[in-house]
Ligand binder design. Structure first.
Ligand SMILES: Cc1cc2nc3c(=O)[nH]c(=O)nc-3n(C[C@H](O)[C@H](O)[C@H](O)COP(=O)(O)OP(=O)(O)OC[C@H]3O[C@@H](n4cnc5c(N)ncnc54)[C@H](O)[C@@H]3O)c2cc1C
Length: 115
């Protein structure tokens, strides 16, 4: 797919539409009549995630879920400290696997530290 159209917006829109229809067709196999009930549809691609969240290569959150690719020592640990004074991580990036719980826990730790 040349990374979703290689920067060509028209090709990107076509590929995005194609992927969206493929997913709807697939889900329709399990839920008969689904397709006919859709009133509005949109899709997010790996490039959407990258644009809005800075997660790359189709990742939905933070560093990696692969236990062999460790960024922090503990997979579920919250790490808000940085080498820069008074700069803390209050987001999903404070935890190896990220996610909403990671982001919330990090924000909470930051507030406690600042107070
Ligand atoms: C499809 C998908 C499904 C997911 N499912 C789950 C799930 O089931 N359970 C779960 O726990 N997690 C899930 N996640 C992950 C979870 O959504 C994220 O880990 C979490 O939202 C991260 O929160 P955050 O506050 O760190 O970052 P974000 O929610 O990404 O918030 C960062 C904000 O900063 C803004 N921003 C970025 N750059 C700038 C800038 N330069 N200036 C100003 N603002 C900027 C962004 O627009 C955004 O609003 C999912 C993610 C995706 C994409």
């Amino acid at each position: 797919m040349n990374n979703w159209g290689g920067g060509d917006k028209e090709v990107y829109a076509q590929l995005k539409g194609k992927a969206m229809e493929a997913m709807i067709d697939s889900a329709s196999g399990l839920i008969p009549g689904l397709k006919e009930c859709i009133e509005f549809k949109d899709a997010a691609t790996p490039l959407t995630h990258e644009r809005f969240t800075h997660n790359t290569d189709g990742a939905t959150s933070a560093w990696s879920w692969n236990p062999k690719k460790k960024f922090y020592k503990k997979t579920m640990g919250v790490n808000i400290e940085t080498p820069a004074k008074n700069l803390y991580i209050g987001s999903c990036w404070a935890m190896q696997i990220g996610g909403v719980p990671g982001a919330l826990a990090a924000a909470y730790q930051c507030v406690k530290k600042i107070n």
